[in-house]
Design a protein. Structure first.
Length: 214
């Protein structure tokens, strides 16, 4: 069982709940018979996706000389695709920042959101997911309460991840652990966080159970 954990918050766990969720999940897997790889989007060299990448594709086809940025982009894209390809379970630990995901996590998605790799189109033009055998887990923290009907349409982090990895890529989303409201309700913050971290531990234990059955 190969587990890829994508860490998408560079704030310390003492200040950021999604970082604490990451640490809690990893601690629960420690010593278990699971191959775990961490891809930290803030530690990896991940130049932003743009025209330079398309220029690099053209140069590779035509034998042109790559710039430093173009070489870095191709290497970063390949690494992201490789770690995703080798994973049976992909775990994302990420915050809600400004109603969406961190830009560095978006860059990782840009690297792997590729026709012929994550999805394809059939002869009728219908999208076909290429990763239905993979499983995904979302560990998300948000200080406000976005599960309420009036706020739910504004939430573009978990919803976006669900649409990409579950919808387009076809992964089976086996767990979503969301810790929310700890900033909006400071008097209940410790209770909210503690309960959420217990859910994170339970999610990690389910991964171990999957490994045993594999």
């Amino acid at each position: 069982m190969n587990v890829l954990v994508v860490k998408a918050n560079n704030r310390p766990a003492s200040e950021a709940i999604s970082s604490k969720m990451y640490e809690t999940f990893m601690a629960e897997l420690e010593g278990k018979d699971v191959n775990v790889t961490t891809y930290d989007v803030f530690e990896e060299d991940t130049p932003y996706f743009g025209q330079e990448l398309f220029d690099a594709f053209g140069k590779v086809q035509n034998g042109g000389e790559l710039t430093d940025v173009e070489s870095r982009l191709l290497a970063a894209k390949q690494k992201a695709m490789d770690v995703l390809s080798s994973a049976d379970v992909v775990v994302f630990a990420f915050p809600l920042w400004n109603l969406t995901i961190p830009a560095k996590l978006q860059t990782f998605i840009d690297y792997v959101y590729a026709a012929g790799f994550a999805f394809k189109y059939d002869a009728s033009g219908n999208l076909v997911s290429l990763m239905p055998e993979k499983k995904a887990i979302f560990l998300n923290a948000r200080g406000g309460v976005y599960s309420a009907p009036e706020a739910a349409p504004m939430e573009m982090a978990v919803n976006y991840m669900r649409n990409v990895f579950g919808g387009v890529f076809g992964m089976q989303i086996i767990d979503e652990v969301v810790i929310e409201g700890h900033n909006a309700m400071p008097d209940k913050a410790q209770e909210i966080i503690a309960a959420g971290l217990e859910e994170v531990k339970a999610s990690a234990r389910r991964v171990v159970e999957l490994a045993v059955k594999a």
